[in-house]
Write a protein that binds this ligand. Structure first.
Ligand code: NAP
Length: 320
């Protein structure tokens, strides 16, 4: 099969399309024929060599994909050859024609959800779900600011929060991104590059602020986030690309919390519960993964450059 291989950490061009052997499933494993693979920022951090968790070289990047079941091990019970599935973790990497996975990391892809959409689910939707419901403990009737709502995690968070009965504020950096955020269900859309957009947020909330903030770029926003939190508000730090100085008195006055989250810490029990909710949400149409761009697998390097650029619009996926 063809797969992207990384022989040394570095710039996007270290990813090369190569011919490698086809994977074979052990008893509890499934091989999935990849029809689309999701590109996440973490794939780019890992490839660059800057990420704390490094795979052994050489490796094939990617954890997210969707496609059909190609073969199953002797003990696999939930799937048969030909089933439509999405993948949230792969032992062999998903930037490839075939991906070897543990059965537990494969989920049914509901009818009407395309393979490209299925490739947008694994990391982004699980992150958004965990940030909102498991870390922020968001409740129906509360308000949430999705700070960075135009990308993979952000669009997922907007859909999840809206479906849960929250008042949703979302930000985007471009006109096109903001239109997307509104279409996906935000009640109010703001421009995170505008000078006074957080004043506007305070006006929209009658001076109270928001109960929950999902923060995609904490090194830029965390200090100002604390000033727009409602009493007992919670900021969940999803993404950060550097250091930041905050004023802790903003937390004291509000009994507020800043909570970190990493999907790697979720644990199998939480993850299977999260994916049960995601499959249900896709099945009833409240979750509709947004695919902004489909690129051929051979253009993996371009996908990594683009996923790190501003102007997000849903998800970038690779098509083998
Ligand atoms: P993405 O698709 O590239 O989206 C990035 C988002 O950040 C876009 O909405 C972008 O908006 C927004 N953004 C850019 N500048 C911003 C600013 N000044 N203020 C607020 N938002 C801004 O990436 P993603 O997959 O959604 O992931 C988002 C972040 O979460 C990344 O840093 C990623 O590494 C991290 N993440 C963490 C976990 C975890 O387990 N903790 C899991 C998944 C992702 P515009 O492009 O419209 O400006």
């Amino acid at each position: 099969m063809k797969a992207i291989r990384v022989h040394e950490f570095g710039e996007p061009d270290v990813m090369r399309l190569e011919e490698v052997g086809d994977p074979k499933p052990a008893a509890t494993q499934v091989v999935v024929r990849v029809r689309a693979a999701g590109v996440n920022p973490v794939d780019a951090y890992i490839r660059s060599g800057a990420y704390a968790r490094k795979p052994e070289l050489p490796y094939t990047p990617g954890s997210d994909a969707a496609g059909t079941v190609e073969s199953v091990g002797a003990e696999v019970r939930r799937f048969k050859v030909g089933d439509r599935v999405y993948v949230r973790w792969s032992l062999s990497g998903t930037y490839a024609e075939l991906a070897l996975c543990e059965e537990a990391h494969v989920h049914a892809l509901p009818e009407g959800v395309t393979f490209a959409q299925g490739a947008a689910v694994g990391v982004p939707y699980a992150t958004a779900y965990r940030a909102l419901f498991q870390r922020a403990k968001a409740r129906p009737g509360e308000s949430v600011l999705v700070h960075g709502a135009s990308g993979g995690v952000g669009t997922a968070a907007v859909q999840l929060a809206r479906a849960a009965g929250m008042t949703v504020f979302g930000t985007g950096g471009t006109e096109e991104g903001r239109r997307l955020v509104e279409r996906e269900g935000a009640h109010h859309v703001l421009d995170h590059h505008a000078t006074n957009y957080l004043d506007e947020l305070m006006t929209l909330t009658g001076g109270r602020g928001v109960d929950v903030i999902l923060e995609m770029l904490a090194n830029v926003n965390l200090d100002r986030d604390l000033g727009v939190l409602a009493p007992a508000g919670r900021v969940v730090v999803v993404g950060s690309r550097g250091r930041v100085e905050i004023d802790p008195r903003q937390l004291i006055g509000r009994d507020a919390d800043v909570r970190g989250m990493s999907l790697f810490n979720a644990g199998e029990q939480n993850l299977s519960s999260i994916h049960a909710a995601l499959v249900a949400g896709m099945g009833n149409g409240t979750l509709r993964p947004v695919v902004g761009k489909e690129l051929p697998l051979a253009e993996a390097a371009r996908s990594h450059r683009e996923v790190m650029e501003p102007g997000s619009y849903g998800k970038i996926v690779l098509v083998p």
